[in-house]
Design a protein around this ligand. Structure first.
Ligand code: UDX
Length: 455
């Protein structure tokens, strides 16, 4: 399908917004990328993504070179010229766990005052079920003449694989009052899929020779909103479930990796997201789970299953630290030098939001251990969140030097390449605490290897 005659404004240049804008520009759509942050816009104009994400710089650069990607801080420049607006502003959580929709509504106000009469307003941010209807009502009070349509088109991309997830999605979900308008939006994302090889070539990322066409789910507005949070909540539930079983495995002599390999072989269950460890972090799972709990509360629906998952997740970093304490001399971490490898919330990103590695490092510092930390990509981002007593290093060798123990807190491939002999040479102690269960215990038979739920 040709999209030459449409212009899109993508509001918010975070992970979702920047990826979406860069992809649309690369399938030939004139796309404004709007953000109120001048630094982000300046970076985009210079042909770079505002953060590290594999392949995205190349797509932004190509978008800018072709003239299709137009970064701007001006709603006035972009919105009056756009047929479609895609809102992908941040939805951080309030202290009580409910999502803070201030950015969603302030973007809405700016959009409404400049909107074309037949604007299609697409929501890509994760918002609680019921928000779309509030936006529709609010828009009408701001711009009564407009015949605008609203579509919820949630995004399922993972950080670290944002480009590949977006060009080969498992499904395209669109929800709104008018199924034909929903399909217009689904068509745009289907075009991205149809051009995935070309886009992967520009991004210089690996992609399969053939890929299954994503299924389009065209549904009502509330269903689309609920689909997004349900998917993330279920994945978070799987992780917390695996972590509960891991703790039981630790106390009984079972090995959670062996258990989950066998359990996950049941194709009703699946192996994915059953990796036990220090728990989940990041900008999505913790927030989406607490958002679902607060939505359920609002409608007096019992969501204690998700409260339990949160409680387990919150306990995992303490669990790692207490298991480590059992392994050190005198069961006391005070003045012991402990290296923490990995501060990003997962491999492949520099994002440190709600990062378990940072939580663990700070907990160790609180117990007066001497903490030396290193992350291949996230040192800079982590700095402000780390206890000032923690020393940050530019490579793992420096961080490991003379350490009594090391905790591996992020599954960076770099860490799986460190051999037992290299650990031994650099460290004074022998304790390897693998808090992401990424190493093979058999490779560390001369050391004290400890995983989460591993024999
Ligand atoms: C997630 C969803 O996967 C994605 O579909 C959604 O759009 C946004 O939220 P993301 O937060 O980028 O994506 O990361 P993901 O790869 O899902 O990992 C989330 C966290 O769970 C990480 O901290 C990861 O280390 C942890 N995790 C993941 C586990 O602890 N165990 C697992 O088995 C899988």
């Amino acid at each position: 399908m040709e999209h030459n005659n449409i212009t899109v404004s993508v509001v918010g240049s975070g992970y979702v917004g920047t990826t979406t804008a860069a992809l649309l520009a690369n399938i030939g759509i004139k796309t404004f990328a709007i953000d109120i942050d001048e630094n982000k816009i300046a970076k985009l104009k210079s042909g770079k993504a505002p953060f590290f994400e594999a392949g995205l710089d190349a797509l932004v650069a190509q978008g800018i070179a072709s003239g299709n990607l137009i970064p701007t801080t001006s709603y006035q420049q972009a919105i009056p010229n756009s047929n479609i607006v895609m809102s992908s502003v941040g939805t951080p959580d309030n202290p009580d766990g409910s999502p803070n929709l201030d950015f969603v509504f302030s973007a809405l106000d700016s959009i409404a005052s400049f909107a074309k009469p037949e604007l299609i307003y697409v929501q890509k941010s994760t918002v609680p079920v019921g928000t779309g209807q509030q936006i529709i009502d609010h828009f009408k009070t701001k711009n009564s003449s407009s015949k605008f349509s609203y579509v919820s088109a949630p995004e399922f991309l993972r950080e670290g694989s944002a480009v590949i997830d977006s060009i080969i999605p498992d499904r395209i979900v669109v929800g709104g009052q008018n199924p034909d308008v929903n399909m217009q939006i689904a068509d745009i994302f289907m075009t991205v899929f149809e051009q995935y090889k070309n886009i992967a070539g520009i991004a210089q990322i690996a992609c399969p020779d053939s890929a299954q066409k994503p299924t389009i789910f065209n549904m009502n507005l509330e269903s689309a909103e609920l689909t997004k949070v349900t998917a993330n909540a279920f994945l978070a539930l799987k992780i917390s479930f695996a972590n509960s079983i891991a703790v039981l495995a630790d106390t009984t002599g079972a090995d959670v990796v062996e258990v989950m390999d066998a359990v996950g072989a049941d194709n009703r269950i699946g192996r994915a997201f059953l990796n036990a460890g220090r728990g989940y972090g990041g900008g999505c799972f913790p927030k989406d789970v607490s958002g679902l709990i607060s939505s359920a509360d609002r409608y007096h629906v019992d969501m204690s299953i998700m409260s339990a998952a949160t409680k387990i997740n919150n306990s995992m970093s303490d669990y790692v630290v207490s298991r480590l304490t059992e392994l050190v001399d005198d069961n006391d971490l005070k003045d012991k030098k402990i290296a923490v490898l990995g501060l990003a919330f997962k491999a492949g990103t520099s994002d440190v939001r709600k990062s378990p590695g940072i939580k663990i490092a700070n907990k160790l510092a609180e117990l007066e251990a001497q903490v030396s930390a290193y992350d291949p990509e996230a040192n800079h981002e982590a700095q402000d969140d780390l206890d000032s007593k923690i020393s940050l290093h530019n490579n793992y060798r420096e961080a490991l030097k003379s350490a009594t123990a090391v905790i591996i807190a992020t599954d960076w491939a770099e860490f799986s390449k460190i051999s037992a002999s290299e650990f031994s040479e650099l460290m004074t102690g022998k304790i390897i605490f693998d808090a992401v269960n990424m190493l093979d215990p058999k490779d560390f038979s001369d050391m004290v290897y400890q995983g989460v739920g591993r024999k």
